[in-house]
Design a protein around this ligand. Structure first.
Ligand code: GLC
Length: 561
């Protein structure tokens, strides 16, 4: 009977879906590797570098959009969801990419921008042409409000809704004498999901890519999909600058523009479409407090999206207390079967090492934490070598966002730690110390390579045994070997010296301890467990039961159970 029970329990344990256990590497295709020498990264370039990612140890890649697009927001403005932008490659390249990923027993996620299309999309071109064409109702159109002060055709905007980037998100189209709604920028009109044809068309696209073998999706600003059906004014808020935990901003509470009940329902519908194709990963870019973003995962059985980003940690502080509270918070809100996601940067936000004063020792510890805590880690390309933000003037930015902010001056954003010019976090991958950091043979790359490439690059760090890259690789080797690190429960270790964080990860018969010193002074103490075997150390030692953690040092220990 007992044996039966253990077998059953064992079966249950091995049936944890892959998407809760995987590790994600984000590729910004424009900046990863340029195969055809036009200064822009491409799909053949990604294929060529798959061995690199595999050796680094990541199991899943997420690629930012490479679909047909006028590239006004570098692919987050799609004009055809079933075609590939020529600068990135062809449909054959995509097929080959999926095959090559699978041949390496890895997984691939595409980036689905469902909330809006480009204004160049034929759907929008039809929709804007008149009030009675077949796509007239595919976007969100409203009549102007008549104004006693202003009697022109444009009247007043339909309500007080603000866009994500500030200012009204309503834009007037003379062809229809109406306003359309754009949550983000004016050239990214929002689709109208209250029209069943729109929903169907988008789910057909999802099915099309799943049918081609893609393993899932990162879902762009998913929490914006539905807007209030009655178009009620948003309430006033005292918040000017939106934060990671509160998407309200520009003095407005986004009550009627984000996180609507229908969007939580849609998450479930999308999940069931994904389920038609087996175990597929769906990870939502959703903004708001944890209680809200957690709702996108559905009910207790996790019948919504499989994962969500909880961006609170993008503004992390480098202390043990901060990370202890973060872990407690994530464990409380994402208990099994849910799995938290740990992410410290992406193509929109500051690079993580920028928050660490460019200290590689701190970056090693940060990633040792990220790759051993209970959760799916998501690492932005270049983080593994410690690539840092560039600094570019707003006036010449390729990113459309900084052009919206002529005021306040740049130092205000810098003081707030906000990246407005996203070009700064999207510079080409630094592969080696040769021309263009080995990214491209072009005379000019789409964005300049950052000046420190002769010091910070893949080739150099591959050779240096104790580099950040090799630390990440070593931790990932252990993670792929130890089930406890992939799916084990987490317990914080109490009574550790100040500024030291410790936790165990365990599955029946296997237990691992992780000890991390966030201090610049070394710490010595006794291990709580006998029979500890040292699996990995940075600047630290285990001597019998005596543990010494160097400045920003860390240890991974395995225990006999
Ligand atoms: C998301 C993307 C960002 C894009 C925006 C509009 O936040 O990450 O890059 O500009 O959505 O699609």
């Amino acid at each position: 009977m007992l044996a039966e029970f253990h077998r059953f329990k064992g079966d249950l344990m091995t049936s944890v879906p892959w998407y809760y256990k995987t590790t994600i590497y984000q590729i910004y295709p424009r900046s990863f590797y340029d195969r055809n020498g036009d200064g822009i990264g491409d799909l053949p370039g990604i294929i060529q570098k798959l061995d690199y990612i595999q050796k680094l140890g990541f199991e899943t890649i997420w690629i930012s959009p490479f679909f047909a697009s006028p590239q006004a927001d570098f692919g987050y403005d799609i004009s055809n969801y079933g075609e590939i932008a020529p600068e990135y490659g062809t449909m054959n390249n995509v097929t080959q990419l999926i095959e090559e990923v699978h041949r390496r027993e890895m997984k691939i996620l595409f980036d689905m921008v469902m909330n809006h299309t480009s204004n160049d999309h034929p759907w929008f071109q039809d929709s804007i042409s008149s009030r009675d064409n077949p796509k007239a109702d595919w976007y969100i159109w409203r009549d102007p409000l008549s104004s006693p002060l202003w009697r022109g055709a444009e009247g007043q905007v339909p309500n007080n809704w603000q866009s994500v980037t500030g200012g009204s998100g309503w834009h007037y189209a003379r062809t229809r004498g109406q306003y359309f709604w754009a949550s983000f920028l004016p050239f990214q009109p929002d689709l109208n999901y209250r029209n069943p044809e729109v929903k169907q068309a988008m789910l057909d696209i999802v099915r099309f890519w799943l049918g081609k073998g893609v393993d899932g999706f990162r879902l762009d600003i998913f929490n914006y999909i539905y807007k209030d059906a009655e178009f009620r004014d948003n309430p006033f808020s005292f918040t000017l600058v939106p934060t990671e935990e509160n998407s309200s901003g520009f003095f407005q509470d986004l009550k009627y523009t984000v996180n609507q009940p229908e969007t939580f329902e849609f998450a479930k519908e999308l999940r069931s479409v994904c389920d038609e194709f087996g175990e597929k990963l769906s990870i939502g870019e959703v903004l708001g407090g944890t209680k809200i973003v957690r709702r996108f995962l559905g009910d207790e059985t996790n019948d919504g999206l499989t994962l969500v980003f909880d961006f609170r940690m993008l503004t992390f502080k480098f202390t043990a207390d901060y990370f202890r509270e973060l872990v407690q918070h994530m464990e409380r809100h994402y208990p099994p079967p849910f799995m938290p996601v740990y992410v410290f940067s992406n193509h929109d936000r500051r690079r993580s090492i920028d928050r660490l004063g460019a200290d590689i020792r701190k970056a090693k510890l940060l990633h040792m934490f990220q790759l051993t805590v209970r959760g799916v880690p998501c690492l932005y390309y270049g983080e593994e070598i410690g690539m840092i933000n560039s600094k570019f003037p707003f006036a010449t930015a390729l990113d459309p966002i900084p052009h919206k902010f002529k005021f306040p001056p740049r130092f205000v954003f810098d003081a707030l730690g906000i990246t407005i010019n996203r070009d700064e976090v999207r510079t080409p991958m630094q592969w080696n110390g040769t021309k263009n950091a080995g990214f491209s043979s072009a005379v000019k790359t789409w964005l300049p390579v950052y000046k420190n490439y002769d010091q910070i690059n893949v080739e150099k760090e591959t050779k240096a045994e104790d580099s950040l890259l090799n630390t990440i690789r070593s931790v990932l080797v252990i993670r792929r070997k130890e089930r406890a690190l992939q799916e084990g429960q987490l317990q914080l270790i109490e009574n550790l010296p100040a500024n030291v964080l410790g936790y165990t990860r365990s599955v029946p018969g296997e237990k691992i301890s992780i000890l991390l010193n966030f201090d610049d002074r070394e710490k010595e103490f006794e291990a709580a467990e006998y029979n500890s075997l040292l699996e990995l150390s940075i600047e630290s030692t285990l001597n019998g039961r005596k543990i010494r953690l160097g400045a920003y040092g860390g240890l991974i220990l395995k225990h006999a159970t």
